[in-house]
Ligand binder design. Structure first.
Ligand SMILES: [Zn+2]
Length: 430
């Protein structure tokens, strides 16, 4: 076997920490992953600070001095991953296996790949006696996979001074390539949908399972869940999605007005996995809970709904849901966070486009709105404009969108090295 590059080694080591975030405040091993990252940063001569928001929920931050007096850039990643059920995987999700030129494992895509690229770029720059152009605030957050309550939000709320002088941020879920009918293009994430995690509760009489009960809580809840899950939210384009759909239409030779926006997006191949949900609101039921015995009708039934609205539409969507489920269902917001939409222009965007043009000539860069959320939401509270830019040149046949929180997460080693080179150039020249 050929030796792994530095980026691949760092990514593999990080995948081997089962830093699983189970949600509801529970996680394993973020502290160990943060400890590993801290040691790597300290070996570069950087002063690190650890923040433990709750036992074991550790984030690590450092600051790197730049050559210029331009506003600082925040470079951030998260060390936690979502759970992985090994039964569905071709490999042990936490073994950090390298097979066929790819690194396999939970976090290989989301987002220990970028964590490793960040570390390797900094090693490259500082190890050769150079300095980044701007001051960098480098953060590895805990708890991103549960909304950042014990990670980015906790730190931004308690230690805003750590981000003093920072205007922009870059992080995950953007900057990777997609194949558009045989043509490679890059998606730069310039915005994120808003999220509302809602809990529905239905109540009724507790009773023997043999009785005639018309207002059974499970039945009431099931009807509401079905209505929400089946709701077909209309397409509504924002500045970002309009620009993206128009550009996709131009590249693919399809007129969005004639064919419809969904048809243009579907023709984009695997990229549609990232894009379809960004043209409208989505309301997905994700968890159901009721009952404890086959012959007992329970007095309550609950469901969790993952709602992702377009930026600014949270209240309107909740009002529509209340209408949809009727007065017998209580709707409670468990967690909510803002949507973001940043311009696809300005010096950082221009620099990103120029760098991708140098490293992969001829591949266009398109803006996109992300259906999920990142720690950029927390940073936006400090007025920091965050983009998703974890650059990866990927093979055309790799279904990258499907691997976020999916099975058999894997990233090509060559893509990691490409990303480190682009990121290094960005930090040196922006
Ligand atoms: Zn992530």
């Amino acid at each position: 076997m050929t030796a792994l590059s530095r980026t691949a080694t760092l990514a593999r080591d990080l995948v081997r920490f089962p830093s699983v975030n189970w949600g509801a405040g529970r996680s394993d091993g973020e502290a160990e992953a943060a400890g590993y990252v801290e040691a790597v940063l300290q070996r570069m001569g950087l002063k690190t600070r650890l923040f433990e928001s709750a036992p074991g929920r550790v984030s690590v931050l450092t600051r790197v001095e730049g050559r210029t007096r331009e506003p600082a850039l925040v470079l951030h990643g998260h060390t936690d991953v979502v759970p992985a059920d090994a039964a569905g995987w071709s490999v042990d999700p936490f073994a950090g296996e390298v097979r066929d030129g790819l690194l396999w494992g939970r976090g290989a895509v989301d987002m220990k790949d970028m964590d490793a690229m960040m570390l390797a770029s900094l090693e490259d720059i500082l190890g050769s006696g150079r300095q980044p152009a701007r001051d960098l605030v480098v953060a590895f957050f805990a708890d991103e996979e549960a909304g950042g309550v014990l990670g980015s939000h906790w730190i931004v709320d308690r230690h805003p001074e750590l981000f003093a002088g920072a205007a922009e941020a870059i992080s995950e879920v953007g900057g990777y390539s997609v194949d558009l009918a045989g043509r490679r293009a890059y998606l730069l994430q310039t915005g994120e949908k808003a999220l509302v995690w809602a809990k529905l509760t239905a109540r009724g009489p507790a009773a023997h399972g043999s009785r005639l009960i018309r207002d059974n809580a499970v039945t009431t809840l099931a009807e509401a869940v079905a209505r929400i899950g089946r709701k077909d939210w209309p397409i509504r384009l924002t500045d970002t999605t309009r620009a993206l759909v128009d550009e996709l239409g131009r590249i693919l030779g399809i007129d969005p007005k004639a064919a419809g926006e969904d048809a243009v997006v579907l023709a984009s191949g695997t990229a549609s996995g990232f894009i379809l949900a960004t043209l409208r609101t989505t309301t997905n039921p994700t968890v159901l809970e009721a009952g404890y015995k086959h012959n007992v009708i329970p007095d309550t039934a609950t469901a969790l709904i993952d709602i992702r609205t377009l930026p600014g539409e949270e209240e309107a969507v909740l009002a529509e849901l209340r209408e949809l489920v009727g007065p017998d269902i209580e709707i409670e917001t468990v967690h909510a966070d803002v949507g973001l939409e940043n311009p696809f222009e300005g010096p950082l965007v221009e620099k990103v486009i120029a760098l991708l043009g140098e490293h992969d000539p001829g591949a266009p860069v398109l803006p996109y709105l992300m259906s999920g959320g990142t720690d950029n939401k927390a940073l936006s509270k400090l007025g920091i404009t965050g983009y998703g830019f974890a650059p990866l040149r990927l093979p055309a046949d790799l279904n990258f969108p499907a691997m976020f929180h999916g099975v058999d997460e894997r990233v090509p080693l060559a893509s990691l090295d490409f990303g480190t080179e682009v990121l290094t150039d960005l930090l040196l020249t922006y």
